[in-house]
Design a protein around this ligand. Structure first.
Ligand SMILES: Nc1ncnc2c1ncn2[C@@H]1O[C@H](COP(=O)(O)OP(=O)(O)OP(=O)(O)O)[C@@H](O)[C@H]1O
Length: 290
């Protein structure tokens, strides 16, 4: 059973098409980055999976059932999570625990594990953005969800706080939780996500690992080796692969080039630098606007 299954899902707001024929499967335990320009439909897709809105066409299944059918198993950190500013961090979390019928001991555990102990008695209105987001994550994790949706969880966070957030998400994935993060922070998410799903104008424009998408899109991989670069400068076959002082090739030519370097020049251990998620983003955007 997949954690999320969308089959030919379309959603309109009035006469405007917001999502068009989206099919998407997310396996349990996967970490998926949902990316795309402003207004692409990312939050809408998350809301459909949460059962907050219903598709005009197509089917959505979450943890094998109807979206919204197992709220305890699904955690959600919305883009603008709101708390009671006049209450402390601990009281806010206890309040949500009580609402969900979860023992307050779980709130204590999360305060401890998410590094909120020293500020637990601080009023939320006096918390930094990073502390609020940790509280937001704690709220989403109260029920130990099997599936977690996060909508731009690191907006406005400093690099340490953002890294903390992603390290926590990685720990959850390691424990088998499915994580779906909607974000614009491509450089940050590319090191964590197993797979990228990109929406453009309500359509699915890309779906796969960075490696596979790069190959499909014909993006350039860099062969990182000064020996290989020096050899290529003297080599008729490789010379044309030097662009802006870097030795590059398409994913489909990669193994051929590596074998050639080893056989002809005895060069081994050549590092391969994948295209970045930003390269994929730009290529998918361009490909979709043709
Ligand atoms: N409540 C609403 N009423 C009317 N239109 C809406 C509403 N919410 C979203 N939309 C529209 O639906 C489209 C998709 O919005 P959505 O919030 O899903 O995009 P997004 O990819 O999450 O964007 P962003 O990166 O800016 O958060 C946009 O054109 C937006 O204007």
């Amino acid at each position: 059973m997949n954690a999320v299954e969308c089959l030919n899902v379309s959603f309109n707001r009035g006469s405007r098409m917001v999502l068009d024929d989206i099919s998407l499967s997310v396996a349990q335990g996967e970490f998926v980055a949902l990316i795309g320009h402003n207004g692409a439909g990312k939050s809408t897709l998350i809301k459909l999976c949460l059962g907050l809105i219903t598709p005009k066409k197509g089917k959505v299944k979450v943890l094998g059932g109807r979206p919204g059918a197992s709220p305890i198993s699904v955690g959600y950190l919305p883009e603008n999570v709101s708390f009671y500013d006049g209450m402390t961090i601990r009281d806010n979390l206890n309040y949500f625990a009580d609402l969900k019928n979860i023992p307050r001991q779980r709130a204590d555990e999360l305060i401890e594990s998410l590094g909120l102990s020293t500020v637990a008695v601080q009023k939320v209105g006096q918390c930094s953005k990073g502390q609020r987001q940790r509280l937001g994550l704690a709220q989403a994790l109260l029920a130990k969800p099997k599936l977690l949706f996060l909508d731009e969880p690191t907006v406005g966070l400093d690099p340490t706080a953002s890294d903390f957030m992603y390290q926590e998400l990685l720990k959850l994935k390691e424990r088998g939780c499915t994580v779906i993060v909607c974000t614009h922070e491509l450089m940050l998410v590319e090191g964590f996500a197993d797979r990228i799903v990109m929406l453009v104008g309500g359509h699915k424009a890309a779906d796969g690992t960075i490696r596979i998408l790069s190959e499909k899109m014909g993006l350039s991989f860099e062969l990182v080796s000064s020996d290989a670069l020096n050899a290529a400068r003297q080599d008729e076959f490789l010379r044309s692969s030097i662009i802006d002082g870097r030795l590059v090739c398409k994913g489909t030519d990669l193994s051929q080039k590596l074998i050639y370097l080893e056989k002809k020049y005895g060069i081994t251990g050549v590092g391969v630098k994948n295209p970045s998620l930003m390269d994929i983003y730009k290529a998918a955007l361009k490909g979709h606007q043709k």
